[in-house]
Every structure is written in C-alpha cells, then in structure tokens.
Design a protein around this ligand. Structure first.
Ligand SMILES: [Fe+2]
Ligand SMILES: [Fe+2]
Length: 473
C-alpha cells in the first residue's frame, strides 16, 4: 500500500490523500465548522486569543513529526495522519493470524468495529470537556501550556477517529461523527459513553491523576487497537500513540512534582503539617490515586468477557505488543481470575481468550506500579517516610466482576456499611475538592510556580523553564 504524501496546505492537513477523495473531503469539511463550534463551546474556557507554544503534527516521520510555535488554539491545524507503514500488514492475532490485513471493513465485523471506534472516539472530546475550566487555576505558564497541548491533541485524536467513521462507515459513520459532538461529559441526559469520562476534573490534582491513569488506559487501548487486523485503524492508532506519550508525561511528572513539593513543605513545617504550609498532604494524594486509578481500571471492561474473546479471535483487537508473544491464537492457554464466591475470594480458571481484558489490564497495572516506584523514590530522596501505593484492582469498581461487591483498598471483601464509613479516608470527596480549589490560585508569571507544586526539571522543546509558554498580554 502506498501512502500519499503529507498535504499541509488544505483546510485539513493530512497524509491520507484527501485532495483526491472529493466526497470524503467535502464530508469532513462539513464536519469541520461543527467541530469548531463544539471546541468554542466546550473546549478550554477563555484563552482563545492567547498565543500558546504548541506542537502541531506536520508529518509522520518518527524524528520530525512535530512543529513547535505560538498558535492560538482555535487556529490549531487539526490534521489526519496515519502511520505510513510500508510493509504489507497482516492480521496480528486470532483465528486468521498471518492472513493479509483488511484495507476495508469486513461486512461481518462492521457493527463491532464501528462500536470500538466510536467508544475510543468518545473519550477524546470528553476529556477536553472535563478539563475546560482548569486554565483559570493553572500553577504556571509551563503547566498551562501542557494542559492546552493535551487539549488540542485530544481534539486531533477525535479527528483521527472521525476520519475512519466518515471514510469507512458511510451514513452510519457520519451520524456517529455528529453524535460525538452532541454528547457531553457528566450530562445526565446525554453523557459520554464511559464512566471515567463523566467524572468531574475540577482541579490540577485530578488533572495530573487523570493524565497519569486515564490517559494511560488510552495508551493501552490504542496499543491493542494498533494490533488490529483492520489496517486503517491500526495505522491511525499507531500515530496517536506518539502524541499520547506526552499526555502521560504530563500526568506522571505532574504528580511527581506535587509529591516532591509536599515533602519539602512537610520538612519546613515545625509539625510536619503540609496543609499548614498550603500544600497537598499525602493522604489526599493517595485518595486521588485511589479514585482515578480505579475509575481507569473500569475502562478495560469485564474480567471474564465473551466480547474480549470475540475481538481477539476475529483479529479486531490484539494484546499490548502482540509481537512479544509467540502464540498469536491463544486457543490453548487459561487465566486464573479471582472471583467472589459466598463472600470469599476463590480463583476461577477461564480460557485465555475470555481473559483478554484482564491481560491488557495486567500490562496497564504494571506500568502504573513502575510510576509508583518512581514517586516513592522521590519521597525517599526527600527524606520522607511516606510511601504511596496502588489500591487493589477490586476496590471501588463500577464494571466487571467486582462491581457488585465491596472491598477495602487492600482487596478484602467488606460490608456495605464498612465501605461507606470509610469512603472519606479512601477516595477523593467533596471536602477534598473544596480544599484543593482553595489553594489553587493561578500563577501566570513566567518561571514562577504555585506553592503546592515543584518546578519541572526542564522546559519544553529545549526552552528554559521561565520561557513564556503562553502569552497572556
Ligand atoms: Fe487521546
Ligand atoms: Fe491523551
């Protein structure tokens, strides 16, 4: 397959040959003003006229795909880019592993594929909506810029998915693309599809936890879809992953900087009282980790799932880095899933294919554990005795086997009463949000940072930390 060259001059920058596909180009050019209307209504509140030092995807070369410059967000060039993999692609997993990949949608998988794409697509505008007020309380211009970078790239991810819907799914696809602009995060009448994307993200502690844990689910979902036998989906998600890495960086380092600062404030205070110094105490950080990590675990779906089995068997969705496995059919293996039986945990052996959500969740959890080890090193280096941890994957779940039972953060079954009595100790609660909002005042002077967070180690794209990442005057 040949990939058309990058076209940066059209209304919609792309490397998918839009200028040669008049019908598709017209359809997307009709969707563009609707998208901009959504962005103006539901994208970052204010700041539309402020130049932001943003990266824009301008090619698909691994080394030079991004261009950095000041851009006003509504003028951002949301483009459509596919990984131009020159090799003939093959189906990576399932019954037909090794057969040529599909360049068009196979009729029998049409509805399933559309659902997979719409579900992924829906998360992109949802997160922009969740984060729309955060610019008003940014801890620095550096962080403000990172927020807006994440926002415009989630917008581009929506474009990437809408391209697939328009190009491959006819009228249904166009209708779905329209509906993606109509649902609203947290709206009881027309909510976003997945739970985590309807939760409020009122302050920067949640923003960093969201980009750490929820965007990281995105990474694993995109990685599994980049193993899809539907070649356009595989190549689209492959390119999205290059942008996603920065979102995860923002979350992981943002929390690390808060942890570092909290340890400093703890040392400074005569009684070791971080709140007394206007900082974020470690219990609150732990509750925030518990909250967003568990909502993000839900996004992987049921532990034992016939859908997951079908997606894998048909080659629509693979495992994380499918090429690290030798057996791509996974007919033989099994997986032991802890289930609740008469109030006790017992292990149930299920066919491996039915446990594919859990296999992906395992990869995700170990990646999160790696970040926790890093944060605990930061605590150790700062001389703090505190250690942070991930709660059990059974705790505070709304999807899957554990949703109908109650567990403590260690994963032990408990009663509803015990659960409710301890929620304020285990999860982010309204009083926490009130405290966080009381300390989060905007800090817009170049090179200055709010009291509750440490500066980063370095700036963006070789610029110094005190660089004017957003021009506010
Ligand atoms: Fe995204
Ligand atoms: Fe993201």
């Amino acid at each position: 397959m040949t990939t058309p060259n990058v076209d940066l001059t059209g209304k919609i920058p792309n490397n998918v040959g839009l200028s040669d596909d008049v019908k598709l180009r017209r359809a997307l050019e009709t969707w563009l003003p609707q998208y901009l209307e959504w962005w103006n209504d539901m994208g970052p509140s204010d700041f539309a006229d402020k130049p932001v030092f943003l990266r824009t995807a301008v090619s698909v070369d691994p080394g030079g795909w991004a261009h950095y410059d000041y851009v006003k967000m509504p003028d951002y060039r949301w483009g459509i880019f596919l990984d131009p993999n020159a090799e003939a692609a093959s189906i990576k997993c399932g019954d037909d592993a090794g057969a040529p990949a599909w360049t068009d949608v196979p009729g029998e998988h049409r509805n399933t594929l559309r659902r997979i794409i719409v579900t992924q697509a829906d998360t992109e505008p949802a997160s922009v909506e969740q984060q729309r007020m955060l610019g008003h309380i940014a801890p620095s211009l550096y962080d403000l810029r990172n927020l807006f970078q994440v926002n415009v790239e989630e917008g581009r991810h929506l474009w990437a998915m809408v391209y697939l819907l328009h190009k491959y799914f006819g009228r249904d696809g166009r209708d779905e693309a329209d509906e993606l602009l109509m649902r609203r995060s947290g709206d009881p009448d027309k909510p976003r599809i997945l739970g985590a994307f309807n939760q409020p993200c009122d302050h920067w502690l949640s923003f960093f936890a969201f980009t750490m844990f929820t965007d990281r689910d995105g990474k694993y979902q995109l990685a599994a879809l980049s193993e899809s036998g539907f070649d356009p989906l595989a190549r689209t998600t492959q390119f999205m992953l290059t942008e996603e890495a920065h979102h995860l960086f923002v979350g992981e380092t943002g929390l690390d900087r808060i942890i570092k600062r909290s340890a400093e404030l703890q040392r400074q205070d005569p009684n070791g009282d971080i709140r007394n110094q206007g900082g974020i105490d470690f219990d609150l950080i732990q509750r925030t980790i518990n909250y967003w990590f568990t909502y993000s675990l839900d996004l992987f779906g049921g532990e034992i799932s016939s859908n997951a089995s079908t997606f894998f068997a048909t080659g629509l969705k693979g495992r994380y880095r499918e090429d690290q496995y030798t057996d791509h059919r996974a007919i033989e293996g099994s997986y032991r899933v802890p289930v609740v039986e008469a109030g006790k945990m017992v292990e149930q052996e299920v066919p491996l294919r039915n446990a594919m959500n859990e296999v992906l969740r395992d990869a995700y959890v170990s990646d999160c554990e790696r970040a926790l080890r890093k944060w605990n090193k930061t605590l150790e280096a700062a001389g703090s005795p505190t250690r942070l941890s991930l709660p059990s994957r059974r705790f505070h779940r709304h999807q899957g086997l554990y949703a109908d039972h109650r567990f403590d953060p260690a994963g032990n079954p408990i009663s509803q009463g015990e659960y409710e009595a301890n929620l304020g100790r285990w999860l982010l609660v309204p009083e926490d949000n009130a405290y966080l909002l009381s300390i989060m005042k905007p800090c817009y002077e170049p090179g200055k940072f709010a009291n509750w967070i440490a500066p980063p180690n370095k700036g963006i794209e070789g610029r110094p930390i005190e660089f004017e990442y957003v021009r506010l005057d």
